[in-house]
Design a protein around this ligand. Structure first.
Ligand code: AMP
Length: 180
């Protein structure tokens, strides 16, 4: 029986052949479409300008994949793809993180093994994961919070509304500032 997985893709290094991070992710979509995986949908690729002292540009995307592999076997397969993107011809490793692949959600709900936790523990705080993921499958629900990916994204992007005090009443009488 096939399982569906939502995979987060990230790159912030050039690949000696594919080139810039965006091109690395396009090539990674190809790898996610080869047996034993079937690529069902690919998100747009989001580019993030470098922040702070780092001069590296990030590219992020998400993929919807179907496969008979159980979660730990899929993790092994994704690690093999990452390694394949991190090697020059001849087998010498040249850059540890040309490609990062994480399992965000799967059709089986939650999963916990010594090596793997699904949902991915950090995805709710990461806009670079939620933007592409919500663009791809906006109504997929996080089994732990019940929130959809669209709602998780909105929590990070929507500015908090300012509390509006009714006329003549102090703000403190309508609620604590943290309620808003
Ligand atoms: P990172 O270097 O941040 O990509 O973490 C990689 C390691 O995190 C992997 O070797 C996994 O054993 C572990 N891990 C735990 N949960 C997940 C997940 N949902 N997707 C991918 N890796 C995970």
């Amino acid at each position: 029986m096939g399982h569906r997985y939502l995979i987060a893709l990230g790159s912030n290094r050039r690949h000696y052949r594919h080139g810039r991070p965006e091109a690395v992710l396009r090539a990674a979509f190809g790898a996610l479409g080869r047996q034993p995986l079937e690529l069902q949908a690919a998100s747009p690729i989001f580019a993030t300008a470098p922040l702070g002292p780092s001069r590296r540009r990030y590219a992020n995307a998400a993929a919807l994949v179907e496969t008979a592999l159980a979660p730990d076997s899929l993790l092994d397969h994704l690690k093999a793809i990452e390694r394949a993107f991190g090697r020059r011809p001849g087998g010498r490793r040249w850059a540890a993180r040309v490609l990062d692949l994480d399992i965000v959600l799967w059709s089986g709900g939650t999963w916990s093994s010594p090596r793997l936790t699904i949902p991915h523990t950090a995805f709710r705080q990461r806009l670079f994961v939620l933007r592409p993921a919500a663009a791809l499958t906006p109504s997929w629900r996080d089994p732990l919070t019940g929130l959809t990916l669209r709602q998780h994204r909105a929590r990070l992007t929507r500015p908090h509304p300012l509390p509006i005090a009714p006329p003549g009443r102090a703000l403190s009488s309508v609620g604590r500032a943290t309620d808003f």
